[in-house]
Write a protein that binds this ligand. Structure first.
Ligand code: NAG
Ligand code: NAG
Ligand code: NAG
Ligand code: NAG
Ligand code: NAG
Ligand code: NAG
Ligand code: NAG
Ligand code: NAG
Length: 470
């Protein structure tokens, strides 16, 4: 069966490094997920449907009994193949808080099928009969309390309490002698009731153990590509308040090979402004250092180099176009093809501001001249680029587009004479606008996955920025 896609209405909070932290926690988490009441309710319904479909059909142990029936004597009866094949839950609610999450389903009904058989002896012969029966269980109430605890970077789920209570049972026999009807009902109501109660409680206990080991097996890193992964280690136990559940993971980027995070990202405090969007189901808060570590990981992996050569067919990749900008170059290598080697000199600095994301990119552009098959570096220009980034949610990924705001530049070195920087300015501007920024955007639009459960995707995401309050 295909995985269902659940749409969550999301509110994404992008937080700067120095914003105040409203919730207490032991360690820093750079990504937090917050389920609002509405989200918790939604999750509850999903969970209950899933639980019911994993519970049924549920087989109960056989019930055997000897009953004294007036005029007949002792009758031996057996119910076998008792199966709960459908459960309907009319209402349910969830409560979060201390000591954990309480889930109660009430007014539930269940349908059971079974085989019945009886035998009794009169004088010398044994009389027996058998048939099917259907049983309706009504007014069933199921409740459980679970607690979540962070343990060694994963979440531990424990069942604190669990119970099932059956109020009313109707048994309908198909075939068999009608006189036995009342006898069966009298004799078995209680036994069937407690069999159902025990079976459901036992099944819940088993399922919680399974769910716990599933939680333990969630990988501590979410691979992004061959270079980077997201550290999905839980840093704190979930906060269960009466209006939300908050989960916190480390959330920083790491290189896939060493899976080690630079620890200099420790100083910032983070923020949770989820309260701003109560109508949304889920809030995701991303600290700006998530993006900063991403930049660092890709820089260290050597992914921030671009060679611009004649495959781009740009007129400025010929020394003729540099005649006035770089006169010595043209004199020495007239009408030679050129290439540009663009390299980031440090990781982009990402700052989340009140109404957007500011990115500063530091580049060295090495100007090469192509002489026969030789690549000769002739000059190097340093650039400092300020851009704004507009994040976007695509399914369950966060993507973005960069827009150039300003840049300044300086000549780092030149092998052959001076470069007229004022004449170079429009060329660099064109290079950034037509080559560099579109190239970066192509990569940014692929996005990186937000840490969500498989099968869920986001809808109507609203992006909020929290303000730095130092
Ligand atoms: C037991 O009951 C289930 C569900 O009603 C039925 O599919 C199955 O065939 C029964 N098994 C036996 C051995 O009668
Ligand atoms: C459960 O609900 C469905 C549809 O609402 C209904 O068809 C079915 O008979 C119900 N089953 C029980 C056991 O009440
Ligand atoms: C992942 O995050 C956890 C919790 O912050 C931290 O202890 C651990 O060192 C991180 N792992 C790596 C490989 O950086
Ligand atoms: C390069 O661009 C020029 C005009 O801008 C065009 O005439 C020429 O065919 C292009 N060459 C290649 C290889 O694309
Ligand atoms: C591009 O420049 C960087 C340093 O600025 C250098 O490490 C790299 O080897 C150069 N690449 C090419 C293909 O010239
Ligand atoms: C972001 O850029 C805008 C416009 O350039 C500027 O006004 C603002 O101060 C910057 N914010 C930060 C945090 O650098
Ligand atoms: C880029 O922004 C930073 C901080 O927002 C500022 O210090 C720097 O002067 C800006 N540079 C340019 C080229 O605008
Ligand atoms: C850009 O300007 C700032 C100050 O205005 C200066 O510190 C920085 O070195 C300049 N960057 C480049 C690449 O010229």
């Amino acid at each position: 069966m295909a995985h269902p896609l659940f749409f969550l209405v999301v509110c994404l909070v992008l937080a700067p490094a120095a914003a105040a932290h409203d919730l207490q926690s032991n360690e820093e988490g750079y990504i937090s997920l917050l389920l609002s009441n509405k989200g918790v309710d939604f999750a509850k319904d999903v969970l209950i449907n899933k639980a019911v479909s994993t519970i049924i059909p549920l087989q109960l142990p056989d019930i055997e009994k000897s009953v004294k029936i007036p005029l007949i004597g002792k009758v031996h009866m057996i119910l076998s193949n008792i199966t709960i094949y459908s459960v309907n839950i009319s209402s349910s609610y969830v409560e979060t808080g201390n000591p954990g999450l309480v889930l109660v389903a009430s007014g539930a009904t269940a349908s059971l099928s079974m085989k019945w058989a009886y035998s009794y002896s009169t004088w010398l012969i044994v009389i027996s009969d058998s048939g099917d029966a259907s049983v309706q269980v009504k007014g069933m109430e199921v409740g459980l309390t679970v607690a979540f605890k962070e343990q060694g970077g994963t979440l531990e789920l424990s069942l604190l309490d669990c119970g099932c209570h059956v109020q009313d049972i109707t048994i309908k026999l198909n075939g068999g002698a009608s006189w036995l009807y009342q006898g069966i009902v009298d004799a078995f109501q209680g036994s069937i009731g407690s069999a159902v109660e025990n079976a459901i409680s036992k099944k819940i206990k088993e399922e919680i153990v399974k769910l716990d080991s599933l939680l333990q097996s969630i990988p501590k890193q979410i691979p992004i590509d061959h270079v980077a992964a997201l550290n999905a280690t839980f840093v704190d136990s979930p906060v269960l308040s009466n209006s939300f559940i908050e989960l916190e993971i480390n959330g920083l980027f790491t290189a896939t090979d060493d899976f080690a995070v630079p620890r200099n990202y420790n100083k910032g405090k983070k923020s949770s402004l989820f309260y701003n969007c109560p109508a949304k189901m889920i809030g995701i808060s991303l600290h700006e250092d998530v993006f900063n570590t991403a930049g660092l990981v890709y820089l260290n992996a050597g992914c921030m180099h671009w060679i611009v050569d004649k495959s781009l067919n740009h007129s400025f990749l010929n020394t003729a176009a540099w005649k006035y900008i770089y006169p010595q170059l043209y004199l020495q290598y007239p009408n030679h093809d050129m290439s540009l080697n663009i390299s980031a000199t440090s990781s982009p600095a990402v700052k989340i501001a009140k109404n957007g994301i500011n990115v500063t990119i530091y580049l060295d552009v090495t100007v090469n001249v192509l002489d026969d098959s030789k690549v000769i570096p002739v000059a190097c220009i340093s650039l400092e680029i300020n851009a704004s980034c507009s994040p976007q949610i695509l399914w369950n990924k966060i993507a973005g587009t960069l827009k150039l705001k300003r840049f300044n530049m300086s000549l780092k070195w030149s092998e052959i004479g001076n470069v007229h920087m004022d004449l170079l300015q429009p060329v660099i501007f064109a290079l950034l606008e037509t080559v560099f920024i579109p190239y970066v955007n192509l990569h940014l639009m692929r996005g990186f996955p937000l840490p969500l459960i498989h099968g869920f995707s986001l809808q109507n995401a609203e992006i909020l920025y929290t303000e730095s309050r130092s």
